[in-house]
Every structure is written in C-alpha cells, then in structure tokens.
Write a new protein. Sequence first.
Length: 127
Amino acid sequence: MHILSIALGGAIGATLRYIVSGAAYDRFGTDFPYGTLAVNVIGCFLIGFLSYAFGESVVSPNTRALILTGGLGAFTTFSTYGLESVYLWRDGEMQTALMNILANNVMGLLFVVAGLVLARFVLAQMR
C-alpha cells in the first residue's frame, strides 16, 4: 500500500508540475526557466508547510508518502533545474545560468521557511 501511495502521489505531482510549469511559461515567456522556478518555489513552500503540519497532527504513513514523497517529489523539478542551468552555462548564457541557480536556491529556502512559519501560525490559531 505504501508503494501505491507513492505512485499515485507521483502521478498527481507530475501532472500538476506540467500544468503549473506550462502556465508560468504561458504567462512569463520562455527567456528564463520560469516554469521550473515556479514549481520549485511552490514545492519548497508546500514541503515546509506540510511537514510542519503533519508533525503536529496524526497523519498516516501512507498519506505522508502520497503527498510528500510521491506528490511533492514528482512536482518539484530540481533535476530539470540542474539540467537547464548546465545547458544555459554550456550555451554561453552564464549570467542567466547564475541567476537561475541563485533564484531557485535562495527563493526555495525562503519559501520553506515561509511554509514553516505559516503552518505554525495557522495551527496556533486553530488551537
């Protein structure tokens, strides 16, 4: 059951990644890897928020696996981010490559913290 939870979450996460990434590219264009940045930042926020929220409540291991391992594991695209950064560098777009690396890492970490802080606040209000 645990493996099936991860697989189902992965299918959902990959589908959501495609939708969110496509929407970002449609909105902002393709001069910069906006789609990858969007899913990485959103995924970092969600993993921060949900890991705190799940730690404060009783969530089954299968639900945790479905959402965190499967869903967010397939939704975030750090492997794609790495490949895009290397290709930008390889193609002589050093400034864009560095901006992509900096934006994904700094914003990702900030959004993990934001998710943790918001979850703590929301759960404190619910008590």
